[in-house]
Design a protein. Structure first.
Length: 99
């Protein structure tokens, strides 16, 4: 029975937007190890499911898909984001500043 991972992708560190973080992703675990190609030396595998990523609007849809298709799944809940600490330039010159 193939195993899938269900998770919500993290925010891209190179951009400030959260465009690709809204959907839940179903990704198949590798079932075959990668082997070097004898001619070119590139890593490859006969497992074509490793190239497949399915996106769902909600977590419930992703779990329902895994159950309907008979896949064992591991669900990774996303952690709540920390609230940003407000910073002021004037705080650098406060009289009670330590340092």
């Amino acid at each position: 029975m193939p195993e899938v991972r269900i998770y919500r992708p993290a925010k891209n560190a190179m951009q400030s937007g959260r465009a690709n973080c809204r959907h839940w992703v179903v990704e198949f675990e590798p079932s075959d190890r990668k082997q070097p190609d004898p001619l070119m030396g590139w890593n490859g595998s006969r497992d074509t499911r490793g190239q497949l990523r399915l996106r769902f609007e909600t977590k419930e849809e992703a779990v329902a898909f895994a159950k309907r298709e008979g896949y064992a799944y591991s669900l990774t809940e996303d952690r709540p984001a920390k609230a940003p600490v407000p910073k002021n330039y004037a705080d650098n010159f406060r009289f009670d500043r330590v340092g």
